[in-house]
Design a binder for this molecule. Structure first.
Ligand code: SF4
Length: 64
């Protein structure tokens, strides 16, 4: 599974950070940081939830 992220539509509300903090976090400047775009199997469910709950569809998943 790979993450595709569109920073131009992200509103930085942080739903993804709440859902999957192992993958998504905020930098000091407020930008969203993604620890890895290749999602480890044990985090796939969390990342799917983050993707579904993102209010701006800024995270897409390639299930490969
Ligand atoms: S949930 Fe979506 S809009 Fe909110 S910070 Fe994450 S990627 Fe950005």
């Amino acid at each position: 599974m790979k993450i595709m992220y569109n920073p131009s539509t992200c509103n930085h509300y942080g739903v993804c950070v709440e859902e999957a903090p192992e993958v998504f976090s905020f930098a000091e400047d407020g930008s969203l940081m993604i620890q890895t775009y290749d999602v480890p199997p044990d985090l796939e469910d969390k990342v799917r939830d983050a993707c579904m709950m993102c209010p701006t569809q800024s995270i897409q998943i390639d299930e490969e």
